[in-house]
Design a protein around this ligand. Structure first.
Ligand code: NAP
Length: 364
């Protein structure tokens, strides 16, 4: 069986350990190198006792990794690397990996925005490798499948950006909404990463819900970039630029994103749709061949996507106001990060897109 060697850069991050969990079920990717700053020199099972089974099953073809693997400071040569570092640190690592001929899926924001000036405006520092922005491919398979296959660097989309973009793509591409949308999104605490802060402290976050980044969240330019590109590709860029109000909220659960998106349906066009049945038919046709996007008849629960690469979407029209309401949900660490990264890597190596990604969530 073909084996492709893989490194996980910053395995001690939430997305890094989630990659290890998912890759342990992958038929072709074999994790042969892992890095982390503070845990360097320790073995995987010492840092993550949940890897113990990987220690006993010494035939790693069944586990995809060796739990006794020593965590290194710097990545070794492998065919593929998943980079799970914070932005800026990620770009430095990506440049080194690409120079060695390694294909890279970067989970940070460093290569998602095509314009370095927009990146610098939102991330408040000079882009470390602007030349790579031309070749990096935005890793949303539902939009860029063919480009991903030919790439060497994939910019894995942000978690909120994935939930919101998938929720709105069909109507934006078809030019069916007034270009003024509201995205009200809620995320579990793992979206903030593993490093503790006051806001993610149990006593602060438990039994509490709050909005944040009202002056502008960093996923806003990403959502705007992708929806605008979809409108242009669909030949519907008539009255753009698109206005987006995106308000994220922190909610006391471990994983999951629920995004509720609102937009007015256009009435000035012969193609306009106005009923829930029309809108649902449009979404079902758009996502008919997508293995991980599911258009459903009822408002989704984040629990339905927990631990899986699925994104559930419920489009509906409020009959009182005529307004389109689309609710989407996904697991921020899977379809919003590690699962989507594996989906992209499967494409990158010409493998079946669903390999290593269980169709079922954890439940309850
Ligand atoms: N969490 C999510 O839901 C999510 C979703 C999509 C994308 N992402 C993106 O994926 C990347 C990883 O996110 P994460 O949430 O998994 O990370 P995380 O859990 O916050 O990772 C934390 C670890 O990163 C290490 N670290 C911090 N700064 C570093 C630096 N400059 N150089 C090397 N190591 C550093 C620290 O390890 P030491 O203790 O060893 O220093 C820390 O323990 C980020 O770019 C994030 O934006 C995250």
């Amino acid at each position: 069986m073909m084996k492709i060697s893989v490194s996980i850069v910053n395995v001690t991050s939430y997305t890094g350990i989630e990659l290890l969990r998912l890759l342990s079920q992958h038929p072709h990717f074999s994790v042969e190198a892992v890095t982390a700053r503070s845990a360097a020199g320790q073995r995987l099972y010492e840092v993550f006792p949940q890897c113990y089974a990987g220690l006993k099953q010494r035939d790693h073809s069944s586990t995809g990794f060796d739990a006794a693997l020593v965590i290194a400071e710097e990545p070794e040569q492998t065919d593929l690397a998943f980079v799970c570092l914070p932005h800026a640190a990620a770009a430095t690592s990506v440049v080194q990996l690409l120079e060695r001929g390694t294909k890279v899926v970067d989970l940070s924001a460093d290569f998602r925005l095509r314009d370095a000036a927009v990146y610098e405006e939102w991330y408040k520092h000079t882009h470390p490798a602007p030349a790579l922005l031309e070749t990096a491919v935005y890793g949303l398979c539902e939009r860029y499948r063919e480009r991903i296959e030919a790439a060497t660097l994939i910019a894995n989309p942000g978690c909120y950006a994935t939930a919101a973009t998938l929720a709105l793509l069909p109507v934006v591409a078809a030019g069916m909404i007034v270009p003024d949308v509201i995205i009200d999104a809620k995320s579990g605490l793992s979206g903030a990463g593993r490093s503790p802060t006051q806001g993610t402290h149990y006593a602060e976050a438990n039994e509490d819900v709050s909005a944040y980044s009202l002056s502008g969240h960093r996923h806003l330019p990403e959502i705007s970039q992708e929806l605008t590109a979809a409108a242009l590709a669909g030949g519907n860029a008539f009255s753009w630029p698109l206005r987006i109000t995106f308000i994220p909220h922190l909610i006391p659960m471990t994983r999951g994103i629920l995004a509720t998106c609102y937009a007015d349906l256009r009435q000035d066009d012969q193609r306009h749709v106005s009923t829930t049945a029309d809108v649902k038919a449009l979404y079902e046709a758009y996502y008919a061949d997508e293995p991980f996007v599911h258009v459903i008849d009822q408002p989704p629960h984040t629990k339905w996507s927990y631990g899986s690469n699925n994104c559930f979407i419920h489009p509906t029209v409020d009959s009182r106001t005529g307004r389109l309401v689309v609710i989407s949900c996904l697991d921020n660490l899977v379809k919003g990060a590690a699962g989507q990264a594996i989906q992209n890597a499967n494409r990158l190596f010409g493998l079946t897109e669903t390999y290593g990604l269980s169709p079922m969530s954890l439940y309850p």
